[in-house]
Design a protein. Structure first.
Length: 451
């Protein structure tokens, strides 16, 4: 039995999906932050739970050559990143291994290590920042939540964010200090400013700043707009979002544009995309282009196909597919995203794409019942993966190919297993790193119907 606070000698044998090292002690898996591959430790057990134990490195006995000095001084506390203590190639190996292990162990495959496309840069790549706001010792501050808590770490310079995110954050804080705007207090549910939310369209250099407020307005909104306009080159839009509810959702119900447009526009894969505050848009544009390029390549379109794109967001993948197919149909749950998708089709002069706002499962069932037989189905679900009704309807529609874009290797592997038991074979799998320094990884798979 593992004992809390005791020290055990052990070796890192793998990594969890959250980027924690896995060490075996007395037959138990112990999860360890800041671990590097194959290192040997004296490990202090910090927590013994029913399903898992956690430990802290007390002493490194053999340090990995993959370990390096953290470029981010806040990395240990901040809940944003996981891998600043590792060289980037080691992070990529861990991610490729994780995808491979999931597909083999959960997905029932027998693959050699899958290829992973690394990012060209680990810094400034994100086009979206959400800074929670809190009252600190010296006044209002904004940063990121500490790992596992809602304490705000006022990270001075987040290295994965672009300059405009910092410019917007400090401008909003200057305005807030000038007028003594109170930060929102989660426990008392008082105060005003909850989040500073920034979106950056890299190709057009347009910036949207959204203030999430526990109320319908902020004092001196004109001064807020002026301060932002002076500080943020490329500013196109300032939006106020009202969120008076408790809970973890960043955005609340209503949006009010304080200045400029209510959305910005980016260029991705040669197409123009409208990005409104609520719509999903991949946070790493360069790597998203590569991911979509790979999805498109494995879709193998010749121009004669009907393609169904489930979980289409603002139609990014759908419109790429439409350019190479006879007809593309996109399905998405969020209404604002569907409106963006329709507008995006119009902006790009694409006439062979249709969009439906619906649950993917219900839409797939309906399309199947209506006798649709798409040649290719593309799915790009959120982390929980495909629901049973999506898989069932897909199998009945019997497309030649299914292209699965996934942000969670474990649910991907579960769904791959299910599809391979129902007439499909996995014929391609590769990973793309969209989130350098963080544990997340994207995967593209192709499944083909076997006669
Ligand atoms: N393919 C898009 C979006 C992928 S993110 C892109 O790459 O930009 C996943 C999308 O699935 C989100 O837009 C989310 O709103 C949507 N979604 C989540 N649950 C859904 C459901 N049950 N039915 C349809 N869409 C859903």
């Amino acid at each position: 039995m593992l004992k809390k606070n005791e020290i055990y000698r052990t070796v890192v044998s793998g990594f969890t999906s959250e980027g924690l090292g896995v060490c075996r002690v007395d037959g138990c898996a112990v999860f360890v932050p800041n671990a590097a591959p194959d290192e040997e430790y004296d490990l202090r057990i910090t927590h013994v739970g029913r399903h898992a134990a956690y430990g802290r490195i007390e002493r490194i006995l053999t340090a990995s050559p993959d370990r390096c000095t953290r470029l981010c001084p806040d990395a240990k506390r901040c809940g944003g990143c996981d891998f600043w203590h590792l060289r980037y190639p080691a992070e990529c190996r861990i991610k490729a291994q994780r995808v491979t292990d999931a597909l083999n162990r959960i997905g029932g495959q027998n693959l050699p290590l899958v290829a992973l496309t690394p990012a060209p840069t680990c810094e400034g790549y994100r086009n979206k920042a959400q800074f929670p706001v809190a009252m600190g010792k010296t006044g209002i501050e904004a940063g990121f939540f500490e790992k596992g808590t809602h304490n705000v770490v006022p990270v001075e310079h987040c290295r994965i964010q672009p300059a405009c995110a910092e410019q917007a954050r400090s401008a909003v804080l200057r305005y807030a200090r000038r007028w003594s705007i109170p930060a929102y207090d989660e426990t008392a549910r008082t105060g005003l400013l909850r989040h500073i939310y920034v979106r950056h369209a890299e190709a057009t250099e347009q910036v949207l700043v959204c203030l999430v407020v526990n109320g319908e307005r902020l004092p001196h909104e004109d001064d807020l707009v002026d301060t932002l306009r002076r500080a943020v080159p490329g500013l196109r839009s300032v939006v106020l979002n009202t969120n008076t509810r408790s809970g973890n959702a960043v955005l609340g119900e209503t949006m009010r544009t304080l200045w400029g447009d209510d959305a910005i526009e980016d260029i991705l894969c040669g197409l123009r995309f409208r990005i409104s505050p609520r719509s999903f848009y991949q946070v790493n544009r360069t790597q998203a282009e590569r991911l979509y390029g790979k999805a498109l390549a494995v879709a193998g379109l010749t121009g004669t196909e009907t393609v169904l794109d489930l979980y289409c967001g603002t139609g990014t993948i759908t419109l790429c597919l439409a350019r190479q197919a006879k007809r593309a149909v996109g399905v998405e749950l969020v209404e604002a995203a569907i409106r963006d998708a329709q507008e995006n089709a119009r902006r790009n002069g694409i006439g062979n794409a249709e969009f439906f706002c619906a649950d993917a499962g219900q839409a797939a069932q309906r399309l199947c019942a209506a006798g649709e037989t798409p040649d290719v189905i593309v799915v790009d679900p959120p982390r929980k993966g495909l629901s049973a009704d999506v898989i069932e309807a897909m199998v009945r529609m019997a497309p030649q190919r299914i292209v699965y874009v996934s942000c969670d290797p474990a649910t991907l592997a579960r769904d791959v297993r299910s599809l391979t038991q129902q007439g499909y074979a996995l014929t391609h799998a590769e990973a793309v790193d969209l989130f350098p320094r963080c544990a997340h990884v994207e995967t593209v798979c192709r499944l083909e119907r076997v006669e």
